[in-house]
Design a protein around this ligand. Sequence first.
Ligand code: SAH
Length: 216
Amino acid sequence: MRFHLISLFPGAFDSYLKESIIARAIKAGIVKVDLYNLRDFGMGKHKKVDGRPYGGGPGMVLAPEPMLNAAEAALKKIKGKKTKVLLMSPGGKQFDTAMAEKLSKYSDIVMISGRYEGIDARVKKILKAEEVSVGPYVLTGGELPALAIMDAVSRKLPGVLGNELSVEERRVSSSEVYTRPEVFEYKKKKYRVPKILLSGHHAKMDAWKVEKDGKA
Ligand code: SAH
């Protein structure tokens, strides 16, 4: 699966992509990431990428032309493969596990990150892009949302999570996870690992996790 990340600050992706499971997936060739610096597609001598908003208000709006040129550069490379274009937006559809599952079936995903006041709305229309939000709050840029989506989709791909068995067995993802010791003592109080997790009965454990906080 190849992610095409378009951003005015592609350096924001670097450190995350270099660590742990995602780094390993990239090294193994299961996940590929192409970065597109919006500035490279800027207009004129100064490579301008933004403009003042119509109707007034603070902040700048990312102009359609550089964004579309960057998207075209990505789409030209993809040509005819099963592709999805996502636009990071706090007003978009809330990203969730079901969406991650669906997206993991694509061969290419183009993700557009905005900055400042956002992206000229015609970009969405022209690219028939889907607006996606990672939560009901406003961040300063789309890079963290793009990374969050890329991460959640990547861990759905076969071979990305270290232990092959775990893909099958960890159908239920839960925050109810424990490691040694079985009884942990902290400030004179004892904290035990739930008995069910010591039972070795996977179906029962899954049911218990679902009941707790499980996500399919
Ligand atoms: N004025 C815009 C917000 C711009 S925030 C609005 O009200 O929609 C700047 C950029 O950060 C956005 O273009 C988007 O790409 C990104 N962003 C901020 N919060 C986000 C969220 N919760 N989910 C996805 N993208 C977000």
